[in-house]
Design a protein around this ligand. Structure first.
Ligand SMILES: NC(=O)c1ccc[n+]([C@@H]2O[C@H](COP(=O)([O-])OP(=O)(O)OC[C@H]3O[C@@H](n4cnc5c(N)ncnc54)[C@H](O)[C@@H]3O)[C@@H](O)[C@H]2O)c1
Ligand SMILES: [Fe+2]
Length: 391
């Protein structure tokens, strides 16, 4: 009988707040969902590309009818604190009583952070940190157009403070979106590179949730299924971008991985990706993908059994392997998979060089995620060494 490695001392909390509305064309149900939340004037929060170059706003406008308060198209990639404050001012000016984020993690995180400012006042950076909020924030429906960050399911928003040149967080059980509308039709236009990179962000969330010091059976279940789905359907989303089944499967995998890591957290891989992202502005999912196999090997001495689960979820036959070999086989399989989805890149491809590693390591060691690593990581030389392998 297996307990998944858990003993009688197991204790945990698990939250799964947003209602999920899934299906091709589901965006048309957004108005109804808004009504169920008791709201009547929603502001759409998106970026200028989606607002100007796609028909997504038109689809949402149709779904919302008179319930539309306006459109804030000022979302920036890796959203900044000033862009959030600007969005909150805009929402107040429009008298919005709800937010609908439309876009990738940047739009969803911007709306989450705007909701904090709208409810609590002040500036976004007045509220940074975990579990400081005292009440639910402005209602929020998240409509992801990447698959993805899983931010539609999580209790955290990741915001860059340009003055410190660092990513910071607001995290709270009051921050989960109320509804996640998962519509595969909105993801079919995502270009191959972003499809692969955002899919690998989901994969990284799932793997990191599975090895986190806060891991638990419920997050494991979501994480393992997310790994299986991503292995099967991310390649198909790339070879057949218009395949709604593949796009839908990846939306679900991303949300499952989001649920897993919202409860179990991510750790070293994301701490390094956040730090590299803040300095070099490379895409979050791409950075996670580049680092992941190296992070997996780094932790194999303490989590081989967990990585063996990853290997099996990715189709590796681990019978006859020792636990350690099975764990390492997951990292090898992951490296091959990353190449298969066209992300066979190095940190140097994104402007990182030897001279920058010490600074990245220093930032990573003070990133909030690192404390959930499966073994303590506080030696910056050790982190720089790991980064060097991916250079
Ligand atoms: N809060 C969380 O739980 C969480 C988790 C992981 C990542 N994040 C954050 O998410 C952000 C990254 O989000 P992302 O990877 O989704 O990228 P993104 O939101 O920054 O979008 C990247 C680009 O893709 C474009 N795009 C989005 N959907 C598209 C579509 N369907 N068709 C064509 N183009 C489209 C956007 O216009 C943008 O230019 C980072 O800031 C990261 O820190 C947050
Ligand atoms: Fe991520």
């Amino acid at each position: 009988m297996s307990t998944g490695g858990y003993g009688s001392d197991l204790s945990f909390a698990f939250a799964h707040t947003p209602r999920i509305v899934f299906g091709a064309g589901a965006v048309s149900e957004t108005g109804e969902q808004l009504g169920l939340l008791g709201c009547s004037k929603a502001l759409i929060v998106t970026d200028s590309f989606l607002a100007e170059k796609t028909d997504m706003i038109a689809r949402l406008e149709k779904a919302l009818g008179p319930r539309l308060a306006g459109v804030f198209a000022g979302v920036v990639p890796d959203p900044t604190a000033p862009s959030v404050d600007e969005g909150a001012d805009f929402a107040r000016g429009k008298g919005a009583d709800a937010l609908i984020s439309l876009g990738g993690g940047s739009a969803i995180d911007t709306a989450k952070a705007m909701a904090v400012v709208l409810t609590e006042g002040g500036k976004l950076l007045d509220h940074e940190g975990y579990h400081n909020l005292k009440r639910r924030v402005t209602p929020h429906i998240a409509v992801p157009t990447t698959a993805g960050t899983g931010s539609e399911m999580t209790l955290v928003t990741v915001i860059t403070d340009p003055e410190r040149g660092q990513k910071t967080y607001v995290g709270s059980y009051f921050l989960h979106p109320d509804v996640a509308v998962l519509d595969p039709e909105l993801v079919v236009g995502l270009p191959p590179k972003l499809t692969a990179a955002t899919g690998m962000d989901a994969m990284s969330h799932a793997v990191e949730a599975l090895i986190s010091s806060l891991r638990q059976p419920f997050s494991d279940a979501y994480a393992l299924r997310a790994i299986e789905i991503t292995t099967e359907w991310l390649p198909r989303s790339l070879s057949e971008p218009g395949d709604l089944t593949a796009r839908g499967q990846m939306l679900m995998a991303a949300s499952m991985a989001g649920t897993a890591f919202s409860n179990a957290m991510v750790s070293l891989n994301h701490a390094m990706a956040h730090s590299l992202g803040a300095i070099y502005h490379a895409h979050h999912g791409t950075l996670n993908a580049i680092l992941l196999p190296y992070t997996m090997r780094f932790f194999n001495d303490v989590c081989a059994e967990r990585f063996a689960m990853v290997a099996r979820a990715m189709g590796v036959d681990t019978s006859g392997m020792s636990e350690s070999e099975a764990g390492f086989s997951a990292a090898d399989r992951m490296q091959d998979f990353i190449a298969q989805v066209g992300l066979n890149e190095r940190l140097a491809d994104h402007g990182v060089d030897e001279d920058g590693l010490a600074k990245v390591a220093e930032m990573a060691v003070s990133d909030g995620a690192i404390i959930y690593s499966p073994k303590p990581v506080f030696d910056t030389d050790e982190i720089a060494g790991l980064l060097r392998q991916a250079l």
